[in-house]
Design a protein around this ligand. Structure first.
Ligand SMILES: [Zn+2]
Length: 139
């Protein structure tokens, strides 16, 4: 099931660019790179909750999440990756994968959810392409 008003169903790239198609999801990188390597993993179908996935899809989504996080970790060597799923205003199952760096922004606390809150965090298309390649090499 797709929702034509949903950015994840329509693969709208206003805030992000696709990195790779995974087993049951798409990995995106956000244009806002305040947290270097920040990505979003979105499930292939318009499901709002984890419990709406079949057991097979849940397992595959878990593999996608793990593989994506490991690639981000290997590419950027953060101190920790933060995982977050909200979706109040975009109820399409997606996880924020946010690398945090020791003594860097928001270390020891929640990351800043709002993308583009700090315009200085928006990277150029060339820089984004380089970051995409860095992640893809580790997938
Ligand atoms: Zn959707």
């Amino acid at each position: 099931m797709k929702d034509e008003n949903c950015r994840y169903c329509t693969h709208t790239t206003d805030i992000m660019e696709p990195v790779a198609d995974m087993e049951v999801s798409t990995l995106y990188i956000t244009r806002d790179q305040t947290y270097r390597g920040r990505c979003i993993l979105a499930f292939k179908d318009h499901k709002a909750e984890l419990f709406q996935l079949s057991p097979a899809d849940m397992e595959a989504f878990g593999r996608d999440l793990t593989k994506s996080a490991r690639a981000i970790y290997d590419a950027f060597s953060p101190g920790k990756i933060n995982y977050a799923a909200y979706g109040d205003t975009y109820p399409h199952l997606h996880f924020h994968l946010v690398p945090k760096y020791k003594d860097g922004k928001s270390w020891g606390g929640p990351f800043e959810l709002t993308l583009g809150a700090d315009p200085a965090g928006i990277v150029s298309p060339d820089e984004l392409t380089k970051l995409i390649e860095q992640i893809k090499r580790k997938l």
